[in-house]
Design a protein. Structure first.
Length: 260
């Protein structure tokens, strides 16, 4: 009597780690760093009666449209348009990255020649990273389009989307990249710091001595962690593309390595 047929093994495939799509996606995520330059410029133009203090001033105050008292804070940001554009550009960069960076590529952390099996746990984790990154990107777009002083709850909702989904995306990605990139632990720390600060802000209602510091502990790690992931992918895709061009030109190159 013949044995029952064994289950068909999942077919592994090798993601294209040299495609222009992945390269653009990586640089889109990396572009979130423009936020820090925009924030510095907007703070420099602050026109309130007191100098803007990173420790006590909310990030959204920099994008407020009107000068005056908002929630007990004296707000006046002449370059509010620049801050709001920066929020939107940051969000679009994350949305584009979530769209262009393939799940297979994220599974292998853009390591050239590495295979992945679809519909397994790593693949599903990568799908979640993309969904969460896109959600966070949509959140910060909303923050830029709906400044804090227009009287809409969408601004708060967008900020929570960015903080929560961004932190979760980094935590999932960091776990996914363990043993695949030396930056996995840094990405995990960024996600952990952001999520811890978010929980602290929710529990305290932001009634802390330095609310600006607490809010930046929610936001900055997401921006830095996303940019780090984009940098890892961009470097590896660039290296693979360079090696393929050299091989096509008949120039010998060292074999692919996992790299940083």
């Amino acid at each position: 009597m013949s044995a029952a047929p064994s289950a068909t093994p999942a077919v592994a495939f090798i993601p294209d780690t040299a495609s222009t799509r992945q390269y653009i996606g990586a640089w889109s995520v990396l572009s979130v760093l423009q936020y820090f330059a925009a924030e510095a410029a907007v703070i420099g133009a602050w026109a309130g009666p007191r100098a803007y203090d990173l420790r006590t001033g909310y990030i959204s105050d920099l994008g407020a449209l009107y000068c005056g008292i908002h929630d007990g804070r004296d707000v006046c940001s002449p370059l509010n348009w620049l801050m709001n554009i920066s929020f939107v550009v940051q969000g679009l960069g994350m949305l584009l990255g979530a769209l262009l960076l393939g799940s297979g590529l994220l599974c292998v952390a853009a390591r050239a020649g590495a295979g992945v099996e679809p519909r397994r746990r790593p693949w599903l984790a990568a799908v979640w990273v993309r969904l969460l990154t896109g959600t966070a990107g949509a959140g910060t777009v909303i923050v830029g389009l709906v400044p804090e002083d227009v009287g809409s709850g969408w601004h708060f909702a967008g900020a929570v989307m960015y903080f929560l989904a961004g932190a979760a995306a980094l935590l999932v990605l960091g776990i996914l990249w363990l043993r695949k990139s030396r930056m996995a632990w840094f990405i995990l720390v960024c996600g952990g710091v952001s999520l811890t600060a978010l929980v602290t802000g929710g529990v305290t209602g932001m009634d802390v001595p330095e609310p600006g510091t607490l809010e930046r502990l929610m936001a900055y790690p997401v921006t830095v962690g996303m940019a780090t992931a984009g940098l890892v992918i961009a470097q590896r895709v660039h290296r693979h593309r360079k090696q393929l061009r050299a091989a096509s030109a008949g120039v010998s190159q060292p074999p692919f390595s996992a790299g940083r």
